[in-house]
Design a protein around this ligand. Structure first.
Ligand code: NDP
Length: 234
């Protein structure tokens, strides 16, 4: 059964791979972008998730064009790494506002229509770092850990209405976000991954489409690692 899917940050990177995977199985897929447009074959809506009015407007447009959002993938995210002693209030707050408060805004807006439909799927893209922590990433790790509490609270609140909320925690994935790392740092990270390689964004997408499918209907409040074993034990 085709669903209406919203993937934030679906214009590139992991989000694009997720959006393409849903589109390939016949779903109606909307992706957000921040002014540069979306790939031709996807329905793009301009939306900065730090702006509550923009989030509301994006949902309004999607509802008009594709129908109510049945599957929400909160994927958009940023990093702004630096050591704690150097981390400004602004650096901390901006990452939390995008990665965590942004996800709250999306989930809240999506939930009203999902409640009415008595069906919904929410998938939050966290990170291996959310559970293990990361030096220089106090803001990012805190935001990604926060997604677990957010998803699990939603799972408890909305479970009786057939709405699931799960978290996918990727490890080291080949996108613009990781392209900025030095070759030495990439080699160091790769060495600590049991599977010994960096993943392709499509490998995250397959976990997300599965979590939105009927095959995973009894799974909620879960944290699914897609990290080559990097976060084992956390
Ligand atoms: P990219 O940096 O390649 O892309 C980030 C995406 O988020 C872009 O589409 C960007 O839009 C969007 N975005 C950022 N801020 C906002 C905002 N305020 N409003 C709307 N959209 C926004 O990242 P990845 O694809 O690598 O990462 C996707 C998700 O996966 C993130 O949440 C990230 O934290 C997580 N992740 C990534 C890992 C990796 O190794 N790559 C590992 C673990 C987790 P725009 O094009 O307009 O900038």
């Amino acid at each position: 059964m085709a669903r209406t899917v919203l993937v934030t940050g679906g214009n590139r990177g992991i989000g694009l791979a997720i959006a393409q995977a849903f589109a390939a199985q016949g779903d109606r897929v909307a992706v957000t972008h921040r002014g540069k447009g979306a790939p031709d074959d996807l329905f793009g809506v301009e939306c900065d998730i730090t702006d509550p009015a923009a989030v509301d407007a994006a949902f309004g447009t999607i509802e008009k064009e594709l129908g109510a959002v049945e599957v929400l993938v909160a994927n958009a995210g940023i990093t702004d790494d630096t050591l704690l002693l150097r981390m400004s209030e602004d650096q901390f707050g901006r990452v939390i506002d995008t990665n965590l408060t942004g996800a709250y805004r999306l989930a809240k807006r999506a939930s009203s229509k999902m409640l009415r439909a008595k069906w919904g799927r929410m998938v939050f893209i966290s990170s291996v770092v959310g559970l293990s922590g990361g030096a220089g990433q106090a803001n990012y790790a805190a935001s990604k850990a926060g997604l677990v509490g957010l998803a699990r609270s939603i799972a408890r609140e909305l479970g009786s209405r057939n709405i699931t909320a799960n978290v996918v925690a990727p490890g080291f994935i080949n996108t613009d976000m990781t392209a900025v790392l030095s070759d030495a740092r990439k080699e160091e990270i790769t060495k600590s991954v049991p599977l010994g390689r960096i993943a392709d964004p499509a490998e995250v997408a397959s976990a997300v489409t599965w979590l939105a499918s009927d095959a995973s209907a009894y799974i909620t409040g879960a944290v699914i690692p897609v990290d080559g074993g990097l976060g084992m034990g956390h």
